[in-house]
Design a protein around this ligand. Sequence first.
Ligand SMILES: [Fe+2]
Ligand SMILES: [Fe+2]
Length: 418
Amino acid sequence: MPEDRSKIYDQYHLKDIGDIQLDIKKTRPGSRYAYDLYDEYHNIILEAHQPISESLIKHLIDNKTDYLYYDPTQKNKKDLPEGKSENIAGLDLTVDIVSRAMQNQVKENIKDLLDSIRNIYEFSTQDTLSTKQIEKSKYMVNELLDDISKNKNGIFTPIDIVKNLDDYDYNHSTNVSILAAYLSSSLEYKKADRVIMGLSGLFHDIGKSGIPREILSKTERLSDEECDVIKKHPVLGFKLVEKNRDFGDLEKKTILLHHENPDGRGYPYGFDHSKYETSVPKEVRLIAICDIFVALTTQRPGREKFTSSGALKTLLNMVYAPYKTIYKFLPEDFRDFARSVGYTLNRGDYFIKTGDLIRLNNGEVAVIEEMNKLSPLKPKVTILTDQEKNKVKKPFFVDLQLDFTRYISNILERNIKE
Ligand SMILES: [Fe+2]
Ligand SMILES: [Fe+2]
């Protein structure tokens, strides 16, 4: 731990919180916790990682049990793969969400699909995807969604899968599709909309089939000209599906707009902040987050992959704040992503923790005192510096859940005197 951090620890040492309460009335059916949950007499009510059912919530409320308790020091990791809690990322994560067989099935389908699209590019410019191909993909994403809902313990199933780097694009599309479908399930979208999210994730990079293989597979740094060629893939993809009535509006917009950023540095249009908010649908913005998460956590030649925790922190650092000139996401979009799947992607752990130094949207630096179980991005914090990074005379406590003007916009890895 860097010296400055340890001083902060000494100065603002954390309270001994002991058993923590879980407010039953605020618990949503289907939520899972990494801890065994007890009642006030210390009877175990629900084992770690088991979903809490609607009937259990009703039963507890009917019996005037307002709270369950858990002991944060007694984390139940029995279902986590041994020795794998930190290094599993990328492909493994999404395999965790669905079965391996289903993942392979999806991958095969994409392989067929992208191969036929490539043929279209190479041999004809008139044709586009056939109804049959799209029907097959819709069927597949439906199966995938059924698999996600059936696979109760799936997210903690140990997985050991060998990645095939040559299959990068297939794996990437598969993973973005699965993650987008899973995210829309956690956000409780209607079934039809979940299918659309899965399909949009599946097709988002369809335009890459129109980019020369030599450029796509190049591992050295790309020249400016080559970057410009890659940047054509949203428009190429859009042209491919534009007139196709089997594609919905959202799938088309995802293909065209998934590389727009609110800071105006995206492509193909380079929308500014307000144009981004009004022109890029929420679903497309969420798929763009899935896209970057999957890319960061996947191994590529010459670049180490991020752990899921590292990737989530990196994404958080790309959130808009007034003092930033480069950012990729709106805070509310990242909040939805992290609240819905952050805990799952990080294998039942928060990716930010008590003791972490953070910067808030207004520039203040704070230390996290206590996590908020139900809103992981709104912990209780102590503010250490003002907006100009000068230490405040008297550090003060803020519960971000009760403060609607402040939100986390950066994780500071080192110390506050940067
Ligand atoms: Fe893309
Ligand atoms: Fe992508």
